[in-house]
Design a protein around this ligand. Structure first.
Ligand SMILES: [Zn+2]
Length: 267
């Protein structure tokens, strides 16, 4: 059985892919990953991700946003660039954006400001929003919740939180993006235990490549660089944790991604 999986978050503009991006994309296609949403997270990566998507003949799409780590670089030009890029058909979401108090690479004030401005763009354009949150749950919900009625769809990408925050996100109507974090037998164990409470129609899968190599992959890859071809392993572990068949999870996560990003029906 071959699948048409969609990796909803891969940082393919990352320079670790500069030498072999075409091979990475071919391996993804061979592994049944037929479409990839390339994450934009800074001015530069937003431009690169959109350019990759535009030259890809329908296999790549992109997002445009500024990651909380880069929030102190969020200028009026960043804002204008996102607005310009999201007018393209291949740029299908605003983000990634949100709050990250785990590393605090940008001051919190800057993070709050950049997050709020990007939610405004999502409201004005009707595009879905691709969200990042780490160790900032309360502030995140406080900003997001009042904006949600005017936002079409929102995904908590790379969800790694606990049961309580998952329940709260689901109550807010968020989609949940699950990465290879769930394949980590130590820090991902709680996620393995709770992923079954995500309703079928809210579940999305992603690699977050080049980060978060699934630790359950056998044979173990020689490199630490994750890539979209390994999405199948995330799918396998998610299906096992939910007590569902791989076929079922493959089909519904693809349907969800098509609906979430308003992608053209698959060829
Ligand atoms: Zn992220």
């Amino acid at each position: 059985m071959t699948y048409s999986l969609i990796d909803i978050g891969a940082n393919l503009a990352h320079d670790s892919f500069d030498d072999d991006r075409d091979e990475v994309m071919r391996r993804a296609a061979d592994a049944g990953v037929t479409r990839i949403i390339v994450t934009g997270s800074s001015d530069d990566s937003n431009t690169q991700a959109a350019a990759l998507a535009e030259s890809s003949n329908g296999t790549l799409f992109s997002t445009a946003g500024v990651h909380p780590h880069h929030a102190s670089d969020y200028t009026d030009n960043s804002d204008a660039l996102i607005r310009d890029l999201v007018s393209k058909d291949v740029v299908v979401a605003v983000g990634e954006c949100g709050l990250d108090y785990f590393r605090n690479l940008s001051p919190r004030e800057a993070q709050l400001d950049a997050f709020g401005r990007q939610l405004e763009i999502a409201k004005e354009t009707g595009l879905p929003v691709f969200l990042h949150q780490r160790d900032a749950h309360d502030d995140f919900v406080e900003i997001l919740e009042p904006a949600l009625p005017e936002i079409s769809r929102a995904v908590a990408h790379c969800f790694t939180g606990e049961h309580e925050s998952l329940r709260e996100y689901l109550a807010l109507g968020l989609y949940i993006g699950v990465t290879g974090w769930i394949c980590d037998e130590r820090r991902g164990k709680h996620l393995h235990d709770i992923v079954s409470i995500v309703p079928d129609d809210k579940l999305l899968i992603e690699t977050d490549a080049p980060y978060l190599m699934p630790r359950t992959l056998r044979p173990k890859p020689k490199t630490r660089r994750n890539e979209p071809a390994y999405l199948m392993e995330v799918l396998r572990v998610v299906a096992e944790a939910r007590g569902q068949s791989i076929d079922h999870v493959a089909q519904m996560t693809t349907e969800n991604a098509v609906r979430f990003f308003s992608l053209p029906p698959s060829e």
